[in-house]
Design a protein around this ligand. Structure first.
Ligand code: NAD
Length: 430
C-alpha cells in the first residue's frame, strides 16, 4: 500500500466484503496510491458515510405468503450536497454491491462536476415475476422504511436495474403522502407528468454513444462505420442500440436475459423493439443466429457495449473478445483482471464512471428544473448533456494521455481528486 502505512485491508471491511465492493475499493486503493492521496482522506473514502439495511414484510398477490425482504440505501459521500443514486431490484443485491455502486456514483458525479455525493439503493428481489401490485407494495414499503434518510435536499433516488419511471412515481407519492405535501425532487427519472425531464429516459444510453463517438474520433475511426454489439436490452442497452443504429453504425448483436442474437449484416432495433413488445424478450427473434450471452460478447465487432449487469467481462473471456473498444454502459461489467488483459491487448475501455454518467447528468437537470420551476425542451437537455459529457470525456482523455494511464485510471484520478479536495476544504468536525 505504498504511501499509506496504515492497515487498510479488506479484513476490516467485513460487512461489505463482496467481489463488487472489493473491485470498487481496489480501484480506489490503486488510484490513491498513484496520486499519493492524503492517507486520511483515502481511508475515509473506502467506506460509506451512511449505510442503511432494512428488512420488511412483503405480501404476494395470493395472500398466502408473507416474505421478509432486505433493502439497502448506502450514502457514500455527504460532503458536496445531497447524495444521488439509483435504486435497483435484483435477486443478487447485497450491502457490498450497493456500497460499490454508491462509491462509483461519487466518482461519476465528481467527474461531471455535479453537486452531489454518491448513493445507491437496492432491494433483494427478482423483479421479473413481480406483478404490478407486488412491485408497488415493495416500493412503497421500502420507501417508508428509509423515509428519514431521503429527500430532495438529502438523498435523491433514480431508476436502475429492475426499476423504472413508475417505481419513481410510487416513491414520490409515498414520500409526499408522509411529509404532507408534494415533493417531486425526492426522485429523478419520474414520468414527465410528475415533473420528469425530457430526455431522462434516453440519457444514459445517449451518453454511452456520445462517449463511443468521442473515443472513435480520438482513435481516428468513423463511428458510423463501426459494428456494435450491445449486451442488455433495457433502458440503457436498448437506447444505446437505437441511437447507434440511427447514427449509421451497424448493430450486429444484442442480448437480454433470455440470451443473445447475432447478425453480421446488422439488426434493426425498431424490429427488435416490436418483437419484444409482442414476445417479452429477444428469444426467438428471426433472421439472426441465436447465441448465449457469453458467446455474444466474443462475436466480432468494433464496439462492445456491456449494458446489463456487473462482472460480464472477466479473465476467462477477456482474451477472446473480438472488438477494438469496450464502452461500459453497465456498472462494474469488467473485472480488475480483465481490465489488465484488455489493456495489454490494446482494447480501449471507456469506463462506466464516465460512459454511463449521462443518466445522473440528466437527473441533475431534472432536479434543477424542479427546484427552479423550469421546463427545458428535449433539444436543450440533449445539448447540455452533450456539452457536459463531451467536456468530461476530453478531461479524462487528456489526463490519460498526460499521465500515461488507462481511461479508467484517469477517470478515477479526476473523480477521486475532486472529492478529496472537497473533503479537505470542509475539514474535520469537530
Ligand atoms: P434494465 O432493468 O432496464 O435492463 C437490464 C437489461 O439487462 C434487460 O434487458 C435484462 O433482460 C438484461 N439482463 C439482466 N440480467 C442479465 C444477464 N444475466 N445477462 C444478460 N442480460 C441481462 O436496467 P438498466 O437501467 O438498463 O441498467 C443496466 C445497467 O446500466 C446496470 O448495470 C445499471 O446499473 C447501469 N446503469 C443504468 C442507468 C440508468 O439510468 N438506468 C444509469 C447508469 C448505469
Amino acid at each position: 500500500m505504498g504511501t499509506n502505512n496504515r492497515k487498510l485491508t479488506a479484513e476490516q471491511d467485513i460487512e461489505w466484503d463482496t467481489p463488487m465492493y472489493k473491485l470498487a475499493v481496489t480501484q480506489l486503493d490503486n488510484t490513491a496510491e498513484l496520486m499519493c492521496l492524503d492517507p486520511n482522506i483515502w481511508e475515509r473514502l473506502r467506506t460509506p458515510q451512511r449505510a442503511h439495511v432494512v428488512s420488511f414484510p412483503f405480501r404476494r398477490d395470493d395472500y398466502s405468503t408473507v416474505e421478509t425482504v432486505f433493502g439497502y440505501r448506502v450514502q457514500h459521500v455527504l460532503t458536496m450536497g445531497p447524495t444521488k443514486g439509483g435504486l435497483r431490484y435484483d435477486i443478487n443485491v447485497d450491502l457490498g454491491e450497493v456500497t460499490a455502486l454508491a462509491i462509483w456514483m461519487s466518482w461519476k458525479c465528481a467527474i461531471i462536476g455535479l453537486p452531489f455525493g454518491g448513493a445507491k439503493g437496492g432491494v433483494r428481489v427478482d423483479p421479473v415475476p413481480l406483478s404490478r401490485a407486488e412491485k408497488q407494495r415493495i416500493t412503497r414499503r421500502y420507501t417508508s422504511e428509509i423515509i428519514n434518510v431521503i429527500g430532495e435536499d438529502r438523498d435523491i433516488m433514480a431508476p436502475d436495474l429492475g426499476t423504472d419511471e413508475q417505481v419513481m412515481a410510487w416513491i414520490m407519492d409515498t414520500y409526499s403522502q408522509q411529509v404532507g405535501h408534494t415533493v417531486p425532487g425526492v426522485v429523478t427519472g419520474k414520468p414527465i407528468e410528475l415533473g420528469g425531464s425530457q430526455g431522462r429516459r434516453e440519457a444514459t444510453g445517449r451518453g454511452v454513444i456520445t462517449c463511443a463517438e468521442a473515443a472513435c474520433r480520438q482513435v481516428g475511426t468513423a463511428f458510423d462505420a463501426t459494428r456494435v454489439i450491445v449486451q442488455g436490452y433495457g433502458n440503457v442497452g436498448a437506447t444505446a442500440a437505437r441511437i447507434a443504429h440511427n447514427t449509421g453504425a451497424k448493430v450486429v448483436g444484442l442480448a437480454d436475459i433470455s440470451g443473445g442474437i447475432y447478425n453480421p449484416e446488422g439488426l434493426d432495433p425498431a424490429k427488435t423493439d416490436e418483437w419484444i413488445s409482442e414476445n417479452g424478450t429477444l428469444d426467438g427473434f428471426p433472421d439472426s443466429e441465436t447465441v448465449t450471452n457469453e458467446e455474444l460478447l466474443e462475436q466480432p465487432c468494433d464496439i462492445l457495449i456491456p449494458a446489463a449487469i456487473q462482472n460480464q467481462i472477466h479473465e476467462r473471456n477477456a482474451p477472446r473478445l473480438d472488438c477494438k473498444m469496450v464502452v461500459e454502459g453497465a456498472n462494474g461489467p469488467t473485472s480488475l483482471e480483465a481490465d489488465a488483459i484488455l489493456q495489454d491487448r490494446g482494447i480501449l475501455v471507456v469506463p462506466d464512471i464516465l460512459a454511463n454518467a449521462g443518466g445522473v447528468t440528466v437527473s441533475y437537470f431534472e432536479w434543477v428544473q424542479g427546484l427552479a420551476q423550469l421546463l427545458w425542451t428535449a433539444d436543450e437537455v440533449s445539448k447540455r448533456l452533450g456539452e457536459l459529457m463531451g467536456r468530461a470525456f476530453d478531461e479524462v482523455w487528456t489526463t490519460s494521455q498526460v499521465q500515461g494511464v488507462s481511461l479508467r485510471t484517469a477517470a478515477l484520478m479526476l473523480g477521486i481528486g475532486r472529492v478529496a479536495r472537497a473533503k479537505k476544504a470542509r475539514g474535520v468536525f469537530p
